[in-house]
Design a protein around this ligand. Structure first.
Ligand code: PLP
Length: 338
């Protein structure tokens, strides 16, 4: 059996999740008449203490809809130079919103309030109008790291002072919430909008939820329709999200422990170079000495273990629902022998 650490998007629905799909009550969600979707949206809005929510097919669509709703063409969006919205959404900010990006250096995919404040354009006809700040938590390219809550509050204060909106790409916010034991409602209070993925650690086949105020979500619903994201009997899929919220949230803790166990094994090997701090379910580390990321991955592939070289020097491994404790033990044994 293959052990796939390339991404937490490789999970398959569990038997319980498939049962939940079969039992779903559905209707036409474009008419607002799918009880399953309505239930998922209400559940998520309540979880984060937001007024409204919108079920989207993917996290990319949730982010793109949010950015479009928050900006006008020609505006400038501030985010990390490693942000998913900037480097992994196909140039979507330019394509969908007609806005441009001010990428900031930050650290491990996270940016600071001081950097944000320094990047806001003055009110000057030469300059693009800065209107939105996007944060990512956990930060994917930062090795799944979690923002310092005080920094988020300071960024919030800078946004308030300058009339900017604040969006959170929370594709892995559930991992951050479990790792830091924070209250989801604190996030709902602090951000104008939040996107969360159900197709990552939560183990759903697809889906993401965008959260925000009533007016914002009304506008977001129109934009989702324009992008072709209005689905009909989406309740079959929404049922997987409800199931995941009830059954897969607390277990993220196991994924985090598994990642730490693998990190511990890797750090005992002298071919392991710099490793980003392992705070949640992502490991990003340098491979040196006798191995390159490609040869390291090829060796593990022969043992039916898949990892992802992400640069000429780095490998990424992600733990998730379909990686069991036995699989982690086996992986660690194999790495120990390398
Ligand atoms: C995966 C991911 C998304 C959205 O991904 P989809 O595959 O479109 O659901 C957005 N942001 C981050 C940080 C991600 O890791």
């Amino acid at each position: 059996m293959t052990i796939d650490y390339r991404s937490d998007t490789f999970t398959k629905p569990t038997p319980g999740m498939l049962q939940a799909m079969l039992a779903a009550e559905t209707g036409d969600d474009v008419f607002g008449e799918d009880p399953g979707v309505n239930r998922l949206e209400a559940m998520m809005a309540d979880f984060f203490g937001k007024a409204a929510a919108l079920y989207c097919p993917s996290g990319t669509m949730s982010n793109q809809v949010a950015i479009k709703a928050h900006t006008l063409p020609g505006d400038e969006v501030i985010c990390s130079h490693l942000a998913h919205v900037y480097i992994y959404e196909g140039g979507g900010i330019a394509f969908n919103a007609g806005a441009q990006v001010r990428p900031l250096t930050g650290e491990r995919g996270m940016i600071s309030a001081a950097e944000v404040a320094a990047a806001i354009n003055p009110d000057d006809v030469h300059k693009a109008r800065t209107s939105l700040v996007c944060l990512e938590n956990t930060a994917n390219r930062g090795g799944g790291c979690c923002y310092d809550w005080e920094e988020i509050l300071q960024i919030r204060a800078v946004c308030r002072e300058h009339g900017l909106r604040l969006h959170l790409d929370g594709a892995r916010l559930f991992n951050a919430l479990i790792a830091t034991r924070q209250d989801p409602k604190a996030y709902g209070e602090t951000f104008d909008s939040i996107s969360v993925c159900l197709n990552k650690g939560m183990g759903c086949p697809m889906g993401s939820v965008l959260l925000g105020g009533t007016e914002f979500i009304r506008e977001a619903r129109r934009i989702r329709k324009k992008l072709g994201g209005g689905l009909r009997q989406a309740g079959y899929m929404a049922a997987t999200g409800i199931y995941a919220m009830e059954n897969h949230l607390q277990r993220l803790e196991e994924d985090h422990q598994h990642a730490k166990q693998i990190a511990h094994t890797l750090l005992e090997k002298n071919f392991t170079g710099h490793m980003l701090p392992v705070e949640t379910n992502i490991l990003i580390f340098e491979v040196a000495g006798d191995w390159t990321p490609a040869s390291f991955a090829a060796h593990l592939e022969k043992e039916s273990i898949r990892v992802m070289p992400i640069s000429g020097t780095q490998v990424r491994m992600v733990t998730h629902l379909d990686v069991t404790r036995e699989m982690v033990d086996r992986t660690c044994e194999i790495i120990s022998l390398m």
